[in-house]
Design a binder for this molecule. Structure first.
Ligand code: ATP
Ligand code: MG
Length: 330
């Protein structure tokens, strides 16, 4: 694997002006290299989007990174000024969000929007940028790209709008693309088409892909590596193969058990009892312990976690010490 293009270390995100409150995102570590697809997974409210926004230097008001580092293409995101950040967004990292209509400009043709990014970042002429936009629309599977480039976003279906977003995200040949729930708003067939497109781009262009999702089926089909988050912590990080075959953290095991198994005549889903704690009510130590069927009093102590066996990280000290081995999936 090449050097990571995106590197997140010890990331802590909290509210400004709320001393003493536990951070919403705590000690998050992961890397994405060119050509690597990494999934960021976890239930709703686990901090996936906050982590993604921090990577883009776009945290909402009242949120701040209070510790850790984020490096994108060798640049320190946290100390970068707005001008540097604008350069990074587009040139080094492209972003795709769930709702294309909230990211696309309704008053500009899709061709002009894609072209504008090339004009701004690469200094291309309007004419060259427009021609490149048509090529990009063609590349992301939009039929009659030359004609469709003159359409406005509202004249396109949701799936086509998401293809336009992808074309815009890769317009300036970034090294990595961050896609936060890019297909949640789309129906199942279109969802598979969009993910296949991202996978083709990863392979053909050597793009790094950070895919935020809560859909484990998507992860199994499209991602090589997985970062599992729970209530702001990374609880497990491993290759998808290891994680699906032998999860080590009780939360990952519970997530996997909650997925219906293809080919199994299971009528009810296992659900994880309880819910992700809200920002103000985070337990000490392991944040999953109130919902964990293996919990012991020692889990209230701060966890260090450990990396064992070829980069498999588990944020459970009993697992790391070999005291807790999860049951096999059944
Ligand atoms: N702008 C905000 N103001 C206050 N709290 C916020 C804000 N954005 C997120 N949070 C809180 O931070 C935590 C993490 O939220 P985040 O949006 O990162 O979750 P997520 O993992 O992306 O969830 P989902 O799967 O629903 O998108 C949650 O407890 C959420 O309520
Ligand atoms: Mg989110």
């Amino acid at each position: 694997m090449t050097d990571p293009v995106l590197s997140v270390r010890g990331l802590v995100i909290d509210f400004t002006g709320r001393p003493g409150r536990r951070a919403l995102v705590q000690d998050v570590d992961f890397d994405v290299s060119r050509g690597q697809s990494v999934a960021l997974i976890g239930e709703s409210g686990c901090g996936k989007t906050l982590t993604s926004l921090a990577v883009l230097g776009l945290l909402p008001p009242r949120m701040r990174v209070s510790a850790g580092s984020i490096t994108l293409g060798g640049v320190d995101v946290l100390s970068a000024g707005e001008r540097t950040l604008r350069g990074l967004r587009g040139r080094t990292i492209g972003a795709i969000f769930q709702e294309p209509m909230s990211s696309l400009n309704p008053t500009m043709t899709v061709g002009d929007q894609i072209g504008e990014s090339r004009r701004m970042h690469l200094g291309e002429s309007r004419r060259t940028a427009r021609a490149r936009a048509v090529e990009l629309l063609d590349r992301v599977g939009i039929p009659n790209a030359a004609t469709r480039a003159r359409a406005y976003p509202h004249e396109m279906s949701g799936g086509m709008q998401q293809r336009v977003m992808i074309a815009a995200a890769i317009a300036c040949e970034p090294a990595v693309v961050l896609a936060d729930e890019p297909t949640t708003a789309l129906d199942a067939t279109v969802q598979a088409d969009i993910l296949t497109l991202l996978e083709d781009l990863r392979r053909d262009l050597g793009l790094g892909v950070l895919l935020v999702t809560h859909d484990l089926g998507v992860v199994a089909d499209f991602c090589a590596d997985v970062v599992v988050m729970y209530a702001g912590h990374v609880v497990e990080r491993a290759s998808a193969k290891k994680l699906f075959h032998a999860p080590r953290h009780p939360y990952t095991e519970a997530l996997l058990r909650a997925v219906p198994q293809a080919g199994h005549a299971r009528t009810t889903l296992n659900v994880i009892p309880g819910r992700v704690p809200a920002g103000g009510a985070l337990p000490t130590g392991c944040r999953f312990r109130p919902r964990c069927s293996y919990a012991e009093p020692c889990c209230a102590e701060p966890q260090l976690g450990a990396v064992n066996d070829d980069a498999h990280f588990t944020f459970c000290d009993r697992v790391a010490a070999g005291e807790l081995v999860l049951g096999s999936r059944s």
